[in-house]
Design a protein around this ligand. Sequence first.
Ligand SMILES: [Zn+2]
Length: 267
Amino acid sequence: MKRPKRILFLLLTATALPAAACAWGGLFHRAVAEAAQRNLSPKAIAEIERYTQGTPLAAYATFMDEVVADPRYKEPFAGWHASIADSTCKSPVEVRQRYRNSRDGVTAAEWITEELKNYRSLDDSVVLTYIKCLVHIIPDFHCPAHVRYTDAHNEGKFDVTFFGRKILLHSIWDHHLLTRLRPGWDDMRWADYLCETPRKEIRAAKRGSYREWFEDTARDVRISIDWVRPGDALGDEFMEKAASLADKELRKAAARLTKTLERIFGK
Ligand SMILES: [Zn+2]
């Protein structure tokens, strides 16, 4: 995968671009980034701050959504917001190549992590861009509406009625489920909640590779494909099982983003 330096330059100079609706809404992306940052080791925090100059990771959480809305920046990140599994929830390299031309979140995270192995030899601005990407990509491949399968999909690009309101199913997964579950919570309150995840659950979530993390989520999410059909009227029954699933994946995303940054910057 080639990433010309010019593209990185363009990405670094992109500011104040309109946000696109991509995976977890901004609230949850910021909450996951904040929770992940709170659980970093002092070593990882010090290393990361060399590049962020103390800017909270939450400030970068929607960077990839902001740049994807601009045609100049669309191509380099194309496909990185979703990942692909086969019908048995496996995501080997061959499946990613065949079905997405290797434009998927898992491949992107693997590639960026490889690039960051010698991060001290890279330009500071390049390292910062990679940090911004990882802060977004890892949570994205835990979003139920962003898990793709070779034989089905869960994208939800159709309208349903959610507690009487006509709405795109995709945006329910991205935002409305969890904001309805805990009305009024802001990103900091959500981060507090994510940091309350039991240590045993966090340890279990952190084990494995990017591929294994995504496959774990793909197994969790698969059942939800059959929960909804276009035009359905969704209420309490859907809310109970779907919010529980989204909540579980969000907790895993926070733990795994911490682990991702520790593996690179905490050594
Ligand atoms: Zn995204």
